[in-house]
Ligand binder design. Structure first.
Ligand SMILES: Nc1nc2c(ncn2[C@@H]2O[C@H](COP(=O)(O)OP(=O)(O)O)[C@@H](O)[C@H]2O)c(=O)[nH]1
Ligand SMILES: [Mg+2]
Length: 228
């Protein structure tokens, strides 16, 4: 039995104009709920979420939500620099938020240079069929033009495609990394492989939300025996 557990850490930043639904999306993904009257936290919100692709790979997502920085984007710089993935959002019922996607994209790339950044474009609030101002084909075309991993139409309210956003981005980055297309650097925290200490493995195993397979249960027991 191979005892090595591969732990990778991806920094992910959620960006887009004010009120497109960034905080709602992150809250739905990490807490599972949507509350229309919920006040977005001001400043920077930070969540950690573990993804378990197979028993041997754990990806720890460091998720950064931004608020109030929309007009002072330079504040975002440091955590953009420490991210490898970006969920770039617009509101399908607000045309101007779509029109600004291109400039968000360019600014992010300028900030993170020479490090890479991979994007998923989110057309949010797709439950608002009546007020829609941007067509799905336009979102698809823009994501393609800007070389993004995907375009997804999402509703946090109706819980449509929420998990898919995070999974598509994480899987896309993971696959590129496996293909050697994302070089890591000592001075870059966007994508890191954490130290393989027994304690970390143990903690990560315990914090995994997904149902564990027989194989990883066996591993957990072995770790516990080793740790004790
Ligand atoms: N119709 C609809 N409204 C949403 C959805 N997600 C968020 N909202 C609303 O959009 C507003 C802005 O959301 P918020 O998460 O604070 O946006 P942020 O400024 O980008 O963080 C709030 O009134 C939310 O209730 C959605 O999927 N559908
Ligand atoms: Mg917010």
């Amino acid at each position: 039995i191979d005892l090595s557990l591969h732990i990778k850490q991806f920094g992910i930043v959620i960006l887009g104009d004010s009120s497109v639904g960034k905080s709602s999306l992150l809250h739905r993904f990490t807490e599972g709920t949507f509350d229309e009257s919920r006040q977005s936290p001001l400043g920077i919100d930070f969540k950690v979420h573990n993804m378990n692709f197979d028993p041997d790979v754990v990806i720890k997502l460091l998720l950064w939500d931004t608020a109030g920085q929309e007009r002072f984007r330079s504040i975002c710089k440091s955590y953009m620099r420490n991210s490898v993935g970006c969920i770039l959002m617009f509101d399908v019922s607000q045309r101007q938020t779509f029109d600004r996607v291109g400039s968000w994209h360019q600014e992010v790339l300028d900030y993170v240079k020479p490090n890479p950044m991979f994007f998923v474009l989110v057309g949010h609030k797709c439950d608002l069929a009546v007020g829609r101002q941007v067509r799905k084909s336009e979102g698809d075309a823009l994501a393609k033009k800007l070389n993004m991993l995907a375009y997804l139409e999402v509703s946090t309210k109706e819980n449509i495609n929420v998990r898919e956003v995070f999974e598509t981005l994480t899987r896309g980055i993971y696959n590129l990394f496996q293909q050697g297309k994302i070089p890591t650097r000592d001075d870059w925290q966007g994508l890191t492989q954490s130290a393989d200490t027994q304690m970390q493995k143990w903690c990560l195993h315990l914090s995994l939300k997904q149902t564990k397979t027989e194989k990883s249960n066996t591993k957990l027991k072995l770790f516990l025996v080793q740790y004790e």
